[in-house]
Each structure stands twice: as C-alpha cells, then as structure tokens.
Ligand binder design. Structure first.
Ligand SMILES: CC(C)(COP(=O)(O)OP(=O)(O)OC[C@H]1O[C@@H](n2cnc3c(N)ncnc32)[C@H](O)[C@@H]1OP(=O)(O)O)[C@@H](O)C(=O)NCCC(=O)NCCS
Length: 211
C-alpha cells in the first residue's frame, strides 16, 4: 500500500523509516523497509528501492534511482540522474575499525570519512563496491560487480576487481567508438555513438589508458 504523506507531494511506504530531519523532494518515492537518516537530502522524482539505506547527511540530486538493497554511506554525494544498481555499496572510511588500539569502541567522531562523488547521469551496476574518496565522472558506467578503487573519468566504462578503464560510453548507455578515420585532435580522440550519433572528445591520455 502506498502512503501519501500529508501536505507533501511524495510517497513513503509505511514500512520505510524516514527521519523527520531528512529532506525529501517532490515526486520522490521511497519503498519498503528503506531507511533515510537525519540530514539526508533527496531531490525531486527520486526512486528509493526496497531496503535501501541512506546514511546521515547524504546528498542526493533529482531523478536519482537507487535499486533494492543499495547502501549509500555518510560522505557520499549523488548528483542528478545517477543510477545505483541493486546491492551497490558506496563506502566511506578506507581504514575502518570497530575499536581503538586500547579496545574501546570507536565513536562516529573517530570515523575518517573520505568524500565520494558520483556525477550527473553516471550508473553503478549491480553489486558494485565504490571505495571511499572516489569521484565517478558524468555518465560513466561501472560494470556489475566492479570494485572501484580509483576515479572514473566522464563517460568512462570500468569493469572488474580492481576496476579498470575498458572504454567509454554515451549518455544513452551504448559504447562509444572511435571515428572511422580515427580523428585525432590536439587534445584527444573524437568518439561517437553508433546508436544515437552523439559524439565527444576523449583526452588522449585517457584513451591510451583503456585496457
Ligand atoms: C559492463 C557492461 C556494460 C558490458 O556490456 P557490453 O559492453 O555489452 O559488454 P559485453 O557483454 O559484450 O562483454 C564484453 C566483455 O566484458 C566482459 N564483461 C561484461 N560484463 C562484465 C562485468 N560486469 N564484469 C567483468 N567483465 C564483464 C564479458 O565477459 C566480455 O568479455 P569476453 O569477451 O572475454 O567474454 C555490462 O556487462 C554490465 O555489467 N552492465 C551493468 C548491468 C547492471 O548491473 N544493471 C543493473 C540493473 S538491474
């Protein structure tokens, strides 16, 4: 059953736990057993799937889709139009410990958060793990099951564990190809989408880094 929160233009399933200190944008839908913590900001028209966890102070833009069972921890920012596949984990502390050397429990204040940024339109495939402090470029595509340890360039396609740059993708999702005449400009390589004909110039050093 859907619940329409009074005076608000968004939907929250009754089994979801939404902090009153979270901000939820118009048109956003939050499904079964999701948790959104205090200080989190969700933009307009987002879809937050079953069992998703959104940690405190996380910032999420407009039109973001987070699939079932994904975890978005403190320190993470998702820009507009980001897709987070099922079971994705966006981490925040590179050297996590439950206890101090003296055996006492670490508090939230002891947690060393490295900010993680996922830029506009990027997609994270199912089960991907994003290490702390990484920036994922706009419309980049992270393959299912990848473990991302380094920044991903705009339109970059990364795969594997550790994730490696394997190519470039169009905003429509398909792989970009080099122009047949392999147009090499001063600054880089012109690539185009055989499906929608969109094109862009990829910096030479990135093009050469594809494996
Ligand atoms: C990465 C991805 C975009 C590649 O798609 P593609 O460009 O069509 O690539 P192909 O399927 O032609 O595979 C090319 C090669 O990459 C490998 N490959 C494909 N996906 C892979 C992945 N996730 N991790 C590692 N290798 C992968 C293939 O095995 C193949 O290698 P091979 O030639 O040695 O057999 C796609 O496989 C993927 O992971 N998409 C995300 C799906 C997802 O999580 N969706 C969430 C919605 S539920």
């Amino acid at each position: 059953m859907l619940v329409i929160m009074s005076n608000q233009n968004y939907f929250i399933h009754p089994s979801a736990a939404i902090s009153p200190q979270a901000s939820i944008g118009e048109g956003t839908r939050i499904w079964h057993q999701a948790q959104v913590r205090e200080g989190a900001t969700l933009g307009h028209n987002c879809i937050i799937g079953k069992g998703v966890y959104v940690d405190f102070d996380v910032t999420i833009g407009d039109n973001v889709k987070i699939q079932n069972g994904a975890y978005v921890y403190h320190g993470v920012t998702l820009e507009d139009g980001v897709f987070v596949g099922p079971g994705v984990i966006l981490t925040n502390d590179k050297l996590p410990r439950a206890i101090n050397p003296d055996g006492t429990l670490k508090s939230d204040a002891d947690w060393e958060v490295s900010p993680t940024l996922v830029k506009r339109g990027a997609s994270l495939g199912a089960g991907a793990v994003i290490l702390p402090g990484v920036t994922i470029g706009q419309f980049a595509l992270v393959a299912a099951g990848a473990v991302v340890t380094h920044d991903v360039p705009d339109y970059g396609l990364v795969m594997g564990n550790p994730a490696r740059l394997r190519g470039f993708v169009c905003p429509c999702g398909h792989r970009l190809k080099e122009k047949e005449e392999e147009e090499k400009l001063d600054g880089g390589i012109r690539m185009h989408c055989p499906i929608c004909q969109w094109d862009t110039v990829v910096p030479r050093e990135l093009w050469e880094a594809v494996r």
